[in-house]
Design a protein around this ligand. Structure first.
Ligand SMILES: [Zn+2]
Length: 126
């Protein structure tokens, strides 16, 4: 499934990291690393040791500015593609940084149009 989120411009990097990196289930920090010796994740922020959810790292993220799509909105679009199950976790991570965009269909339409024109452009080169 695909969802479109409108993320505040200043939170773009944090939001991207929140999806790509595992998050601590206790404090929500992304300062989590895997300790080979202990065979577990450790959180640098709060000291949590245990398993973490890293499922959202399998989601595909396309980041587009509204202006690049000819749309008007305050922030950047995160177009997320993943399974329904992973989307639930993505939502939990992203809601701190923005909201689901109500004009989702318009964004996806533009993105698909640009994709197909990119493919046509390639065709012209060869
Ligand atoms: Zn923590």
């Amino acid at each position: 499934m695909r969802e479109v989120w409108l993320i505040k411009s200043e939170d773009k990097n944090k939001a991207e990291l929140a999806i790509k990196k595992p998050a601590c289930p206790k404090c929500g920090s992304n300062q989590v690393y895997f300790d080979e010796e202990k065979g577990n994740y450790i959180c640098k922020e709060c000291g949590y040791v245990g398993s973490v959810d890293d499922s959202t790292s399998r989601a595909s993220i396309y980041i587009k500015t509204p202006s690049s799509l000819g749309l008007d909105a305050d922030g950047v679009f995160f177009i997320i593609q993943c399974s329904d199950e992973i989307m639930k976790n993505v939502e939990k991570r992203l809601k701190k940084y923005g909201e689901k965009y109500t004009g989702k269909e318009a964004v996806l339409k533009k993105v698909d149009e640009q994709d197909s024109s990119a493919i046509q452009g390639l065709g012209n080169i060869f």
